[in-house]
Design a protein around this ligand. Structure first.
Ligand SMILES: Nc1ncnc2c1ncn2[C@@H]1O[C@H](COP(=O)(O)OP(=O)(O)OP(=O)(O)O)[C@@H](O)[C@H]1O
Ligand SMILES: [Mg+2]
Length: 376
């Protein structure tokens, strides 16, 4: 799960990384009051969990409290790459002498972390990385050793950073370890005209697998922006909203991924990714169906289940019970294969629901779901 900039900033501050003074609000009037408290001139920053905010007009300087309120009115409600701006952070402006980039990211392939750092940080870092890769240092970090002062000095040296950033590099590693993060990034880390080293922007991605031992952020603070994704997350489902018209439910991430491909191959577009997992109980199937059917973009639903440990007849019983509790209004195409497929199909045949059709192959099921979506 990605954190907002203001949440990342809070973690940095707790771990002793200096940040500019700032406050968060969803109210333009409050922005005016915050600007007054911070001395008048401020930077108003959209809080969205995506990059490139500055370029999209989501980071703006305001000369005084009245201008800050006006700027906040323009930024609040903006849409930045599909992310609605619901809050802004109002920060004290700093005079920047130089901007650096520093981050730690999990390198799954290598089974290590990677420190990425550059003396040419700022909003153009992607371009620097693409056009002059030699300006971006990449130093492997052994997770068992971590980032000691000596390691931090090696990273700073490789990237041509000031020796004074070593302390920040060590503390940033502590943020990653203590908070169970997969990524921590500061861009830009700046040296101000007054000689201070400050983190002006932060990005932190937490490891969802560690959520059980990280109690700091509540469910509402981490809830996805998309209301359907939020509803699915609250039910513990692995759901991603996409922009098509065929709802997809399957068991197993690999099967669902290939189902999306097959739907696209039939000239339709999947409306979502939803993996109900190996268990696929009636209860989980009902939860999944309710989320997918609540999506107004969905015109038909494709349920693609391969019976393994959970046999198809158990899954079919789940679908039947889900049909009674969810009461679908759109056509469902169900394809059951694998363990006890014939018995599973018989269960659905016996229920004879008017909106449910069965298909024996994945291709056939996807074709039928695509047709139904187009004629709905
Ligand atoms: N408090 C501040 N004072 C002065 N300048 C700032 C401040 N905060 C940000 N800036 C300037 O604005 C630029 C963009 O800000 P920021 O990095 O927060 O957003 P962004 O880079 O557009 O977002 P993203 O990192 O998602 O691309 C920074 O590189 C910095 O030059
Ligand atoms: Mg930035």
């Amino acid at each position: 799960m990605d954190l907002f900039e203001h949440q990342a900033r809070e973690l940095f501050e707790e771990h002793g990384i200096s940040v500019p003074r700032a406050e968060v609000t969803d109210s333009p009037e409050e922005v005016r009051a915050i600007a007054r408290r911070l001395g008048g001139r401020v930077v108003v920053k959209a809080q969205v969990r995506t990059g490139g905010r500055g370029r999209a007009g989501g980071v703006r300087i305001a000369a005084d409290p009245a201008a800050a309120e006006l700027t906040a009115r323009q930024i609040l409600g903006m849409d930045i790459k599909g992310h609605p701006v619901r809050t802004v952070m109002v920060a004290e402006p700093v005079e920047i002498e130089s901007e650096f980039y520093v981050s730690y990211v999990l390198d799954r392939g290598a089974g290590r972390f990677l420190a990425i750092a550059s003396a040419e940080g700022g909003a153009d870092i992607e371009e620097v990385a693409a056009t002059r890769p030699e300006a971006v240092a990449r130093v492997p970090v052994d997770p068992a050793q971590g980032v000691t002062s000596a390691k931090a000095a090696e990273i700073a040296d490789a990237a041509g950073l000031l020796a004074r950033t070593v302390d920040v590099l060590v503390r940033l590693w502590e943020v990653l370890v203590r908070e169970d993060a997969l990524l921590v990034e500061v861009n830009p880390l700046v040296r101000t005209e007054q000689g201070r080293i400050l983190a002006l922007d932060g990005k932190v991605t937490l490891d969802d697998n560690a959520a059980f031992r990280q109690t700091r952020w509540g469910e509402t603070e981490l809830a996805p922006d998309d209301p359907l994704e939020a509803a699915a997350a609250a039910k513990g489902l692995t759901y991603v909203k996409l922009d098509g018209e065929v709802g997809v439910i399957g068991n197993g991430a690999g099967l669902v991924m290939s189902t999306l491909d097959v739907v696209a191959g039939c000239g339709a577009r999947p409306a979502n990714f939803l993996d109900i997992g190996g268990g696929a109980s009636a209860h989980v199937m009902a939860d999944g169906l309710s989320v997918v059917l609540a999506d107004p973009d969905v015109k038909s639903v494709l349920v693609n289940v391969f019976g393994g440990i959970t046999a198809c007849d158990a899954v079919a019983e789940g679908i039947v019970r889900a049909l009674d509790s969810v009461r679908p209004t759109k056509h469902l195409v169900v394809r059951l294969d694998g363990n006890n497929a014939a018995r599973g199909r018989a269960v659905l045949d016996a229920r004879a629901h008017p909106l449910v059709q069965q298909a024996t192959t994945m291709d056939g099921a996807a074709r039928r779901a695509a047709e139904l979506a187009h004629t709905a």
